[in-house]
Write a protein that binds this ligand. Sequence first.
Ligand SMILES: Nc1nc2c(ncn2[C@@H]2O[C@H](COP(=O)(O)OP(=O)(O)OP(=O)(O)O)[C@@H](O)[C@H]2O)c(=O)[nH]1
Ligand SMILES: [Mg+2]
Length: 307
Amino acid sequence: MNEETTEFSNFGKAGIVAIVGRTNVGKSTLVNHLLGEKVSIVSDTVQTTRNLIRAILTEDRGQLVFLDTPGVHKAKGDLGKNLNKAARSAVDGVDVILLVIDGSSKPELEDDGWLRRIAREEIPCIIALNKSDRGIKFHDAYKALWKEIKAEKESVQEPIWAGVSALNGDGMADLLTTQFEKTPEGPALFPDDILTDYPRKLNIADVIREKLFHRLHDELPHAVAVWVEEIHEGEKKWDVEASIYVERHSQKGIVIGEKGRLLKWVREQAEKELYEMYGVRFKLKLWVKVEKNWRKNFWILKKLGYA
Ligand SMILES: Nc1nc2c(ncn2[C@@H]2O[C@H](COP(=O)(O)OP(=O)(O)OP(=O)(O)O)[C@@H](O)[C@H]2O)c(=O)[nH]1
Ligand SMILES: [Mg+2]
């Protein structure tokens, strides 16, 4: 036996967990809680997550790579459809599927779709009934729905159910243990000090977008994209120039706000959070640009990593 094989047997668990589900159920909140750090932005707007985000947890038991995905949602334009496609294909080739459900609200069409999808899978699946802090009223409804689907599809899948709250942490330690149990043994996929391989430029853009989402309502968040043009990494502070794309002139006014107040708030909140994330001061320069129909523009979607 050569040295490498001997070393291999000493490795712990290692695998990829795809975190999937309908939009707004708390997938990104759950990933952040598992990591103990914020790696993925969160908001109460649908389809907040727009890229696949890998978050890496390394500990004594081994290494889990969580794949945070855009939530599936009835889609109108190319952007929404691309996000749905990305989410659905994220489960290919992973070791464990973690389906997140909002157990405090009734099953919707997209939940039904995901249950049907996991019925086709033979790899281990865990179903997290999230938001237990808001009550567990619909847990039985989801279990009954699964039973129906399993029978109809003659599925061999036996998912493990877990009631959790990604917000207050209830059930989260057990959920992590279950994930390790279902993961095969193997060598780590990433160095142990890495938290995410999500590019810095995209992360900074996401933080700015999250702050915008907190202030924008209705359809407007979906018309907004953020692109970091440049990062100058100075010793004492980092200067970042970013463009905020909107689709119409009227939207530009809303994003800037009366006397520039909204944009100023976004800039200050983002600078504060980026400082906490990177431990270095940020100076953001934000430009709001009208880019007609960017959501249908393949090249822009590609640049933003949404296509
Ligand atoms: N009460 C409660 N709220 C939660 C919990 N987990 C997440 N939320 C809230 O649910 C909303 C959506 O959370 P996200 O983590 O952005 O949801 P997501 O599934 O990643 O959404 P998309 O990225 O749009 O697919 C946010 O307002 C969260 O604060 C929970 O356990 N309890
Ligand atoms: Mg998300």
